[in-house]
Design a protein around this ligand. Structure first.
Ligand code: ITT
Length: 446
């Protein structure tokens, strides 16, 4: 993934920008994280325009890092105050003032001003500097008015006082702090500016829906079942699980692969049952090393090839797997996927796994339910579509059915017949299997 360094110290901005921008193949990294967790002072913002200030921040970060850089300068422009606080929005009530103090000062300044004279707009100027130094400047606004009392707890800065107009341009009712994050990200000045940037610098049209490719992990992206491999390791290597429990789960794994209707919580219960005696950090390190020492050698080359093709076509890769969070996090990082959904296990306040899951694990119909919730939150309702879905087991069928193109990868017998019936693509049984020696050679370059 290529990096866009975001030149800001405002974490709210980073959150909003990350939720909106989503450029396939690029990741956003705050400047302080890029420079190994050091807080770097940004230069003084002494320009008189939003664009001028955004350019000061962007140039500074670009000169410092040599990476593609994005800077946002934004603020509130109130008509009755001749455009104040404007470029001084962050320090309207003095250097280092809190958002609450700025809001109080604004209410005082507008004391006695009638509702129809309280019109205002948020402005966001963005400067994006590409890796080769090319600069792109865009701006977005959000029209509304200033309410007479602060309302709502979401967002930041002047959100509790700013009431955006409704879709018809009439005065709205709720303040931005009463909007959910997704609602704000659909209409804000930052969203408008970022949509313009997506078009200008990345040629992505504003009305184009985000195209998601959903990939199951076990049996689909890899030619193995990670819970079964984990059990293997816990029995033979870490000696924290008894041999007979191991045999029981191996047998379960064989029947699962053949497509039997089975209780999917069984391996999870045994695995996390054996983790309850030591801290979750240790359990996580076992899962991470299992990935690096074993699982990554079982990637199906054809699946990796498909992923690269989807990335080239500008689609986002989201892994959806009932396997465990620490494993999926590693996979996502290594293959440069754009996100993942995995089983989250509960950790108690002493830092030990309790053996219970947080919410439902993403298996069966839950895969589609959770992917929908994730995408609605990240991209906004109606802004995305599942173009392709890949799975190997009949329990993946609801997810596959929701995609424009479904692919049954080396499928169990039941998924094989569902796929034939519905005309889904079938990646043939066994064809993608590579001897483990050959698999290793795939990674010799690492
Ligand atoms: P950086 O300079 O580090 O990016 P900052 O918060 O100082 O962070 P600005 O100089 O751009 O950023 O000041 C923007 C101020 O305008 C910000 O502190 C808020 O008070 C206000 N503001 C900007 N966008 C806003 C939004 O979406 N909602 C509420 N207030 C906003």
């Amino acid at each position: 993934m290529k990096r866009i360094v975001v030149a800001t110290h405002n974490n709210h901005k980073v959150k909003e920008i990350s939720a909106i921008l989503n450029i396939p193949g690029w990741e956003l990294v705050p400047l302080s994280d890029h420079i190994s967790n050091t807080i770097i002072d940004l230069p003084p913002e002494n320009a008189t325009t939003f664009t001028g200030n955004a350019r000061i921040k962007a140039r500074f970060a670009y000169d410092l890092t040599g990476c593609a850089t994005l800077a946002d300068d934004s603020g509130l422009v109130v008509d009755a105050l001749d455009g104040a606080p404007g470029v001084y929005s962050a320090r309207y009530a003095g250097e280092g003032a809190t958002a609450r103090q700025c809001n109080e000062k604004l209410l005082e300044a507008l004391d006695g001003v009638k509702r129809n004279k309280r019109t205002a707009r948020f402005v966001c100027s963005l400067i994006f500097i590409d890796e080769d130094g090319t600069e792109y400047a865009v701006e977005g606004t959000c029209e509304g008015h200033i309410s007479t009392t602060p309302r709502g707890k979401n967002g930041f800065g002047y959100d509790p006082l700013f009431v955006p107009n409704d879709a018809q341009g009439n005065p709205g009712k709720r303040t931005l702090a009463q909007f959910s994050a997704a609602e704000k990200n659909a209409i804000s000045h930052r969203a408008v500016a970022l949509a313009a940037l997506r078009k200008l610098a990345f040629q992505i049209q504003p009305d184009e829906r985000i195209r998601i490719v959903a990939f199951d992990f076990d049996g689909t992206l890899i030619d193995a079942a990670s819970p079964v491999r984990l059990v293997n390791r816990l029995v033979l290597h870490d000696h924290v699980m008894s041999f007979w429990v191991g045999v029981k789960i191996a047998f379960w794994g064989m029947r699962y692969k053949m497509g039997s209707e089975l209780d999917q919580s069984l391996p999870r219960r045994y695995i996390f049952g054996s983790f309850t005696d030591f801290p979750s950090t240790y359990a996580n390190s076992i899962m991470v090393s299992l990935y690096h020492e074993k699982l990554r050698y079982y990637f199906r080359p054809e699946a990796l090839r498909r992923i690269e093709e989807h990335k080239q076509a500008g689609e986002l890769i989201i892994l959806v797997s009932a396997s465990f969070d620490p494993i999926l996090k590693e996979v996502t990082r290594e293959i440069g996927a754009d996100g993942y959904i995995a089983t989250q296990m509960e950790i108690n306040n002493k830092g030990y796994y309790t053996g219970r899951t947080i919410g439902f694990p993403p298996e069966g119909e839950q895969k589609l339910v959770q992917l929908t919730a994730y995408a609605d939150m990240r991209f906004g309702k109606g802004n995305w579509v599942i173009t392709w879905a890949y799975g190997d087991h009949f329990s993946d069928a609801p997810l596959l059915a929701a995609a424009e193109h479904a692919v049954a990868v080396d499928p169990c017998r039941r998924l094989n017949s569902i796929a034939k019936e519905r005309g889904w693509e079938i990646m043939p049984l066994g064809v993608q299997r590579v001897k483990s020696q050959a698999r290793r050679s795939l990674y010799q370059a690492d």
